[in-house]
Design a protein around this ligand. Structure first.
Ligand code: GDP
Length: 642
């Protein structure tokens, strides 16, 4: 288990009512010897009565253990605490830790044998050893990316409106999160959530549902910040790009400038001598949309997309909603096999039977083959986009596999944590050339180029340092998701971390390292490449405050009247002053007051007075970031500003 996932252990102290460990050991011998306390725990059970033999994998998340035991996660957490293990819902516990919980709940636990290949192969693994004779061409699944307002939604609507399948024109098109159209007698599946955020969020969950990315660039506006972001995201996912130069109907449309700008960003279209196919379209009038679909099919042909339509279906959850009348409705993209009404499916963490299945026009269907988006009813828990699904012969194997896949995904590369520098360093000696992926953010555009090339130069024979995204500005949530999806770390140079990004980094265990000097970045990466890096001091960002008023104290001292916007401020913390998103000072907090009183902490939503040691040039509107340092390794967010 990675130390990052490890639950925290603490020494159990017997309480006044003799809840000692010896007492608990007695409790585990069997239901008859349970203490009053465990009896009362059982009495508060939710769900069906517990009991019987149960197989538990060697590693399992608290959430999945709760599913397996059919109790609420909080009951599992409580039971774990009782045996001295402190774990949160997403953390993984070992069999040794989970077995007592199962006993506590009246089960007889047994260690599950290692997952059999048949039950746990991932879609990619399965595709690799499929019988070639059964493979057929399958339609491409396409995602539309691009800058805001460049016409992604309009294009999706236009394609949907004009290319509904033959005989069904005018039929009601349901919004289920994906739809299929026909061009030249061939099908194309479009995922209906445009933008790289959804695309990368799904990838960060280990799902790869997109075969081709259509990059929409408005001909009157050219390549913009999110166009560049989208290119990085598609490249990091190694998904081929088709360019759609949109709004060609506009008078000020200038496709040539767009092509030049794309070339500068490394995407050289065919008529400029490159290999990127492009089409000029108008989502408004429909011009060029057919050519775009042809281009998509051309690229699909080059990718040789195939799947085996026989056997049990598997694929990815695209969308899910709960409605009162129908319960959970999940849109699934079948990626291999054929899904049938009546099939038992594991979807995310739950198991159910496909009670009814609908296509993207709301029509009831009985079966769906590869690349078909369908909406199914019959599962009880709402899955998350990016969750995987798989069909099984019966419920028993579905349940076993759900638990196995969950335990596997807690450690597998499919949903692996983004790599921290010390973890990368610790792996030195592993075979083959390894990639150290970096998302680079700098304060200003001018710093990008020199830092990017110095970082890339760190590459050795064994380690290739790859900058998968380089841009100026604060570190934001999409950066974190990209890093998570690409197994990368984030290097920030004289920049800040937006609160949302910080939370996302913690949640996704992405490492963010902040630097003020270039050579320290290089030093750290070199050390990591050579396997020499020491555990770092971990910086914890406690919160942010906004300066709303200034008070002069004496002749020179300034006290800032602040509002804590997130987290909390501690009396003994470090503090950074940001003005217009740029850091202008870093130092220590000198005093923290609520009204006239010195206080130790002030939480989000409250006002306070802050003075900074040796710094009085505070302005209204400044943002303070407050932090403290902890030492240790394997931390969740090892932000270290050096
Ligand atoms: P998105 O943010 O990329 O999804 O962009 P939208 O599809 O919402 O489009 C943004 C705006 O551009 C809307 O006002 C659309 O009507 C307009 N628009 C989209 N495509 C075209 C087009 O081909 N021609 C013109 N003239 N306007 C378009």
């Amino acid at each position: 288990m990675s130390p990052r996932n490890a639950p925290r252990r603490y020494r159990y102290r017997p309480g006044p009512r003799g809840r000692g460990s010896s007492n608990r050991r007695r409790q585990r011998r069997g239901p008859n010897t349970r203490s009053d306390q465990s009896a009362s725990l059982a009495a508060t059970a939710v769900g069906p009565p517990a009991g019987g033999d149960i197989e538990i994998p060697s590693k399992i998340t608290v959430q999945n253990l709760a599913n397996l035991l059919q109790v609420s996660p909080s009951r599992v957490i409580t039971a774990l605490i009782m045996s001295g293990v402190l774990a949160t819902i997403n953390q993984t516990v070992s069999y040794e830790e989970s077995a007592p919980v199962a006993e506590e709940l009246g089960f007889t636990p047994k260690l599950q044998e290692e997952p059999s290949e048949e039950l746990t192969v991932s879609p990619t693994e399965r595709a690799a050893d499929q019988e070639p004779s059964r493979m057929i061409d399958r339609p491409p699944a396409v995602t539309i990316l691009g800058h805001v307002d460049h016409g992604k939604t309009s294009l999706l609507d236009r394609i949907r409106r004009t290319n509904v399948m033959e005989g069904e024109a005018g039929g009601i098109t349901q919004h289920i999160g994906a739809y299929q159209v026909e061009s030249d007698g061939r099908k194309i599946t479009f995922l209906d959530t445009p933008g790289h955020e959804a695309f990368t969020a799904m990838r960060a969950r280990g799902a790869m549902a997109t075969d081709i990315a259509v990059l929409v660039v408005a001909a009157d506006d050219g390549v913009q910040a999110q166009t560049l972001e989208a290119i990085d995201h598609a490249r990091a996912a190694q998904v081929p790009i088709v360019v759609a130069i949109n709004k060609i109907d506009r008078r000020d449309a200038n496709p040539d400038i767009v092509k030049q700008q794309l070339a500068e960003a490394g995407l050289v279209v065919e008529d400029y001598g490159g290999d990127i196919v492009s089409a000029q379209v108008s989502a408004m009038t429909g011009t060029g949309v057919d050519e775009l679909l042809e281009m998509i099919l051309l690229v699909a042909d080059l990718s040789e997309l195939q799947a085996d339509p026989t056997g049990y279906a598997y694929g990815t959850v695209i969308e899910a909603k709960v409605d009162r009348a129908r319960g959970v409705a999940a849109t699934l993209l079948v990626q291999s096999g054929t899904l049938n009404v009546g099939d038992t499916v594991s979807v995310g963490a739950s198991v159910g039977r496909v009670r009814a299945m609908f296509d993207d026009r709301g029509k009831r269907i009985k079966s769906a083959g590869p690349s078909t988006p369908v909406e199914i009813l019959g599962i009880s828990e709402q899955p998350i986009p990016g969750d995987k699904f798989q069909a099984f012969a019966d419920e028993k194997s579905a349940r076993a596999s759900t638990a196995q896949l969950a335990s596997k995904s807690a450690t597998s590369a499919d949903t692996a944590d983004a790599m921290s520098l010390s973890e990368f360093s610790a792996q030195t000696g592993a075979q083959g050339v390894r990639d150290l992926n970096v998302v680079l953010k700098t304060d200003v555009q001018g710093s990008l180029e020199p830092i990017q090339s110095s970082i890339t130069d760190v590459s050795t024979d064994d380690v290739r340092v790859r900058v998968i995204r380089a841009s100026a500005g604060a570190i934001v949530e999409p950066d974190v998701l990209l890093a998570k999806a690409s197994n990368a770390m984030i290097v920030g140079f004289r920049t800040s971390v937006e609160p949302g990004a910080n939370n996302a980094a913690e949640l996704n265990r992405v490492e963010i390292r902040l630097y003020d000097v270039i050579y320290r970045i290089i030093e750290d990466l070199q050390a990591a490449a050579e396997g020499l890096i020491e555990p770092v001091s971990r910086e914890v960002i406690d919160g942010h405050v906004e300066v709303r008023q200034l008070f002069r104290v004496g002749r020179t001292r300034t006290v800032a009247g602040c509002f804590v916007t997130d987290g909390l401020v501690l009396r003994s913390c470090g503090i950074r002053v940001f003005r217009d998103r740029k850091k202008v000072f870093e130092g220590k907090l000198a005093s923290l007051k609520r009204f006239k009183d010195d206080v130790r902490r002030v939480e989000a939503g409250y006002e306070c007075g802050i003075a900074i040691e040796g710094y009085n040039d505070i302005l209204e509107g400044d943002i303070f970031e407050v932090f403290h340092n902890e030492t240790g390794s394997g931390s969740v967010d090892e932000s270290a500003r050096v």
